[in-house]
Ligand binder design. Structure first.
Ligand code: GDP
Ligand code: MN
Length: 379
């Protein structure tokens, strides 16, 4: 789950990191009011779950409340990387002397959090990593001890020649680590971490992504979820208890179990196709889940064929079959469906499907090839 900048800023502030004040607004009126209360020039920033807002015109300075209002009128409602801006953050504008990057991510290779800092801040860190990787300094954190003072100081020396700034930054890095752990984050990033015209180190942007598996343990963080900022298909899938991953291709893959999903997608690729998504209906026997799954799939205009690949264990094939029959009656859609089921109540499922005019396969290769072929014919 991604947090908005204004939410992430609040968490950083709680951890003690210097962050300019600010407030969130969803109308130009509110923006004007907040700007008036701030009393100085402000920055108006689009609150969407993506970086690169600056480049896209989603971050703008305004000298007075009237200008803040005008700028908010431009930013509210604009689309950045296919996300509509519903809210903006209004904060006092800061004079920037330097911009650097600091972030902590969970690193799969070392299986630990890794601190990354770079004096090249304010820009895409992926670009710095690709073109000038030597400008990124990394330090692996042992979770038993946390980010140690000497590690934080060594990293801060990579950012600033001034000892006062090094000390400030070292404290901020340790506070960032505390915020990262408290939130159950998989990523916590400040880009840019700036020095202002008085030489102080301040966080000007904040990005926190939380591991969904942490949310049950952290209800306060879970409450920060903004459903309006998420894709409708993802929200519907989550609410129905389905694991759903949107991909780029045109063969929808409806399966039960993550392992089977991987195998199915591998096979789709093997036969020259491209998965449009993977949708895992899980281990339960509930025809309603199948109806929701087909609803989500049919809402995606990229989908050209639907492949069901069900290995019946706890999931009963007849339940899936009933779900398919109910869904195709309820939802008016004309996408071709290829069904492969095997396992618990397989014979009954075939009977139900054939009774409704579908054919069911038991061979996975055959089913995948057919689904790929149908998608290619329709594309
Ligand atoms: P991002 O592009 O989505 O990462 O959004 P940021 O919050 O990082 O803002 C992009 C850029 O806008 C920053 O790197 C700064 O250069 C600039 N910016 C943001 N806030 C201020 C501010 O208060 N004053 C000034 N002068 N520039 C700002
Ligand atoms: Mn940024």
């Amino acid at each position: 789950m991604n947090l908005h900048e204004y939410q992430a800023r609040a968490l950083l502030k709680e951890a003690g990191i210097p962050v300019p004040d600010g407030d969130v607004a969803s109308t130009p009126d509110e923006v004007e009011r907040i700007a008036r209360a701030i009393g100085t020039g402000v920055v108006v920033k689009a609150q969407v779950h993506t970086g690169g807002r600056g480049k896209a015109g989603g971050v703008k300075l305004a000298a007075d409340p009237g200008e803040a209002r005008a700028v908010a009128e431009q930013i509210l409602g604009m689309t950045i990387k296919s996300l509509t801006v519903e809210k903006v953050l209004v904060a006092p504008a800061v004079d920037i002397a330097s911009e650097s990057y600091v972030g902590i991510i969970v690193d799969r290779e070392s299986q630990r959090p890794v601190l990354m800092v770079s004096p090249e801040g304010g820009v895409d860190i992926e670009e710095v990593a690709a073109t000038t990787p030597e400008k990124i300094f990394k330090s692996t954190i042992d979770p038993r001890f946390g980010l140690l003072a000497h590690q934080a100081t060594a990293a801060a020396f990579r950012l600033y020649p001034d000892i006062k700034q090094v000390r400030q930054a070292a404290v901020i890095l340790q506070q960032l680590y505390a915020a990262f752990i408290d939130a159950g984050a998989s990523l916590a990033e400040i880009n840019p971490l700036i020095t202002d015209d008085t030489g102080n180190v301040v966080a000007l942007d904040a990005k926190i992504a939380v591991d969904d598996n942490e949310l049950d343990r952290k209800p306060d963080i879970a409450d920060l979820r903004d459903v309006s900022a998420e894709a409708a298909s993802e929200v519907a899938a989550r609410e129905a208890g389905l694991s759903f991953i949107q991909l780029e291709g045109n063969v929808a893959c409806c399966v039960n179990g993550a392992g089977l999903a991987m195998a199915t997608m591998d096979l789709v690729k093997f036969y020259g196709g491209d998965p449009a998504n993977f949708l895992d209906i899980g281990g339960s026997s509930n025809p309603d889940k199948v109806v929701t799954a087909l609803e989500i799939i049919s809402a995606d205009s990229n989908v050209k064929s639907i492949l069901f690949n069900i290995f019946g264990g706890i999931t009963r094939c007849d339940d899936v079959a009933n779900g398919i029959v109910t869904a195709t009656k309820q939802l008016a859609f004309d996408l071709p469906i290829v069904i492969r089921l095997t396992g618990t109540n397989e014979e009954l499922a075939v009977e139900i499907l054939e009774g409704a005019g579908f054919s069911a396969l038991t061979d996975m290769d055959e089913a995948v090839q057919k689904a790929v072929q149908l998608a290619q014919e329709a594309a």
